[in-house]
Design a binder for this molecule. Structure first.
Ligand code: HEM
Length: 155
């Protein structure tokens, strides 16, 4: 391996080690991510508005979705590259998806973390991350320049 490649590999390994140590310090490990995803999507399915939207799209594919969401969260938490999908594309064309569902998703995620998060810092980390992604997804999926005219806001 060239010096440059070796240097890059060492840099990536250092980023992963640091991320893992930071997560461990607030109680987040791979086992917790598994429990969080299982618990959260169990509650999503039981939610009167969110449940049907997810189930319609994922009927027959739930095991794959759960595995994907576990790699997604471990990728974000541990910087381990476990997830390589395209979240915006995945949400395109989900039937009955509306911007109003996002605050409900976040509320349910917060309530789930209140019940099972290993520490207040762990809840804060998951919420800050989910909030950022939810905002970015909402903009990508629903942003309409015609409704974003500053003149309308002054009225
Ligand atoms: C109202 C809010 C949301 C709804 C209704 C929703 C619904 C869905 C559905 C139905 C899928 C499966 C798509 C498919 O495989 O055909 C999906 C995938 C996914 N969602 Fe969401 N979602 C929401 C919010 C979020 C948020 C806030 C995040 C991140 C924190 C997120 C992250 C993902 C990821 C990573 C995938 C997998 C994408 C892939 O296939 O690679 N979603 N979502």
């Amino acid at each position: 391996m060239s010096d440059e490649l070796q240097g890059r590999a060492a840099h990536i390994a250092a980023i992963r080690e640091r991320a893992e140590a930071e997560m461990k310090a607030i109680g987040i490990d791979a086992a917790f991510i598994g429990t969080l995803v299982d618990t959260f999507y169990g509650r999503i399915l039981a939610h009167p508005e969110l449940g049907p939207v997810f189930d319609e799209r994922l009927s027959g594919r739930w095991p794959e979705h759960m595995a994907k969401m576990k790699s997604f969260w471990s990728s974000v938490a541990f910087r381990n590259g476990a997830y390589g999908g395209k979240p915006v594309q995945a949400h395109l064309g989900v039937a009955n998806m509306t911007p109003e569902l996002f605050p409900k998703w976040l509320e349910l995620f917060a309530a789930t973390l209140d019940d099972i998060a290993p520490s207040p810092e762990a809840k804060a980390w998951f919420m800050a991350t989910a909030d950022r992604i939810a905002r970015s997804l909402t903009l990508s999926l629903f942003y309409n320049p015609a409704l974003d005219d500053p003149a309308l806001k002054q009225a």
